[in-house]
Design a protein around this ligand. Structure first.
Ligand code: ADP
Ligand code: GLC
Length: 475
């Protein structure tokens, strides 16, 4: 089956978050099960630089100016179509905003073109290959199903919500430039409170909608988590499915990872001690096995609930723990973490920035990975933590609720505990979970059992790939 994925980032070429990890891994997982998958991406500099044997498929004149469609492969063998349109995409750095964090004013054109080209490919733009299903990801690809609908739906579409909070909203005047039927700008279409919504377009026009965990699929149909689109999502709930993301074991595996100090596995965990010592030493923390080392690897944004951790730092250090933080994002949070590290450098270490290799070293070197999110569509860092023997300490929400089992007495007794889970989104909620982590730490045998159970969990991509393929076949 021929599948075209449509998205804006792809690991290892360009990544701002988990979407890139998914886009890098899912096509290969689908191909391993017999699919013929290609990915369509905007020609950002990092994408153009990272793909090989680029051949020109066609030159196009579009509503967003001239463009060339290229075809090639990544080093890992992912087949890519790339839209080369320098006037839109030749901007170094973050794909969505400039160095001042200002969203690019022409984003509606930059991402409308992505959806439009996807629909052209569905209509037979490349004489050699035509998709049977087109699968778009997040608001950047939201207009793809709308363009398909405007062409009489030549193929079926799937639209995956990775984060409902980012909706791609633009002033209504932008609509006229996008080459869509005027009738689409309506309540029963892509209009959202007088604005143009890419996310709503994806949800409204796609044949099937998925999101990245079963819990989030339920949560987004409620007013609390629906970000204003819960009514539409309820209307479409018979076509809305939650499919949990996986872990790319070629990238995240402590027994083969070349970024970490020593390899280890669920069966042979000794190497993790060395990884911890290396991490402590590197970050200027007291080098000791005895203190539990908590960690955060995250975008520093409202979603991630990290102000709870800022408030809980005292609890962690007073009980004899250490913490290492890697993140970048909101300036006030970056400053608050920096100040905390300066005040207690033996126990709190902070690195502001984005560093892929260091993220691996933190997973390998830490004992607990903290993800206290306000909401979390899936979350990948808790899955990486499980794989690397860093017990996830998470809030019971979205994909976090679906992947971590709390170390309550009954779960310990049943041998199913993998981490610490708390319910209430508050400082108190987090503190209770931190206390539970220390209680477990004081029982080293139980700690090791929980860690082994976590490391043995199978979150490989094959399960998700099977579910997506079943969905495509049903279409
Ligand atoms: P989200 O996509 O909402 O940011 P996920 O947990 O799905 O959350 O994915 C986050 C991805 O980004 C993971 O691969 C994580 O390791 C990575 N990541 C986040 N912040 C950083 C950082 N500062 N440096 C390196 N990797 C990071
Ligand atoms: C989004 C979500 C995150 C999810 C990722 C990949 O960025 O915030 O929870 O894991 O997409 O699907």
């Amino acid at each position: 089956m021929r599948i075209l994925h449509v998205c804006s980032e792809l690991y290892p070429l360009l990544k701002t978050g988990g979407l890139a990890d998914v886009a890098g891994a899912l096509p290969l997982a689908l191909n391993r099960q017999g699919a013929d998958t290609r990915v369509l991406l905007p020609g950002f500099p990092a994408i153009l630089a990272g793909f090989h044997s680029a051949a020109e498929v066609v030159r196009l004149q579009t509503f967003a100016g001239p463009a060339r469609l290229l075809f090639g492969h990544t080093e890992d063998g992912v087949a890519l179509y790339v839209i080369d349109a320098p006037q839109l995409y030749e901007r170094i750095g973050n794909p969505y905003h400039d160095a001042q964090q200002e969203a690019y004013a022409d984003n509606y054109l930059r991402f409308a073109l992505l959806g439009w080209v996807a629909a052209q490919l569905a209509g037979g733009l490349d004489g050699w290959w035509r998709p049977e299903v087109v699968h778009g990801h997040d608001w950047h690809a939201g207009l793809m199903p709308a363009y398909l609908a405007s062409q009489g739906r030549p193929v079926k579409s799937v639209f995956t919500i990775h984060n409902l909070a980012y909706q791609g909203l633009f002033p209504s005047r932008c609509f006229a430039e996008l080459d869509l039927p005027a009738s689409f700008f309506s309540l029963h279409g892509l209009e959202y409170h007088g604005q143009l919504s890419f996310m709503k377009a994806g949800i409204f026009y796609a044949d099937r909608i998925t999101t990245v965990s079963p819990s989030y699929a339920r949560e987004i149909t409620t007013p609390e988590q629906g970000c204003g689109l819960d009514g539409l999502l309820r209307d479409r709930s018979s076509n809305l499915f939650g499919i949990l993301n996986g872990v790319d074991e070629a990238v995240w595996n402590p027994s083969t990872d070349d970024a970490i100090a020593e390899h280890y596995s669920a069966a042979k965990q000794a190497g993790k001690v060395k990884c911890k010592a290396r991490l402590q030493g590197q970050m200027g923390l007291a080098v000791t096995e005895d203190k539990p080392l908590f960690a955060v690897v995250s975008r520093l944004t409202e979603q991630k609930g990290l102000h709870l951790i800022l408030a809980g730092l005292g609890e962690i250090t007073a009980r004899g723990g250490q913490i290492v933080v890697l993140g970048s994002g909101d300036a006030w949070m970056e400053n608050a973490f920096r100040a905390a590290a300066e005040a207690d450098p033996a126990n709190i270490a902070v690195k502001i920035g984005y560093d892929e290799r260091f993220a691996h070293q933190i997973m390998a070197g830490s004992d607990i990975i903290m993800v206290p999110s306000r909401y979390e569509p899936c979350g990948l860092t808790q899955l990486y933590g499980l794989k690397y023997g860093a017990l996830p300490l998470v809030r019971r929400v979205g994909g976090l609720a679906d992947t971590v089992v709390d170390c309550s007495l009954e779960n310990l007794t049943d041998g199913i505990a993998t981490g610490m889970v708390f319910d209430e989104f508050s400082e108190n909620g987090l503190t209770q979970a931190v206390r539970r982590a220390f209680a477990l730490w004081s029982r080293p045998k139980d700690w090791k059992t929980v860690r082994r159970t976590g490391m043995q969990q199978d979150f490989g991509w094959h399960a998700a790939a099977e579910q997506y393929l079943a969905l495509y076949r049903a279409l």
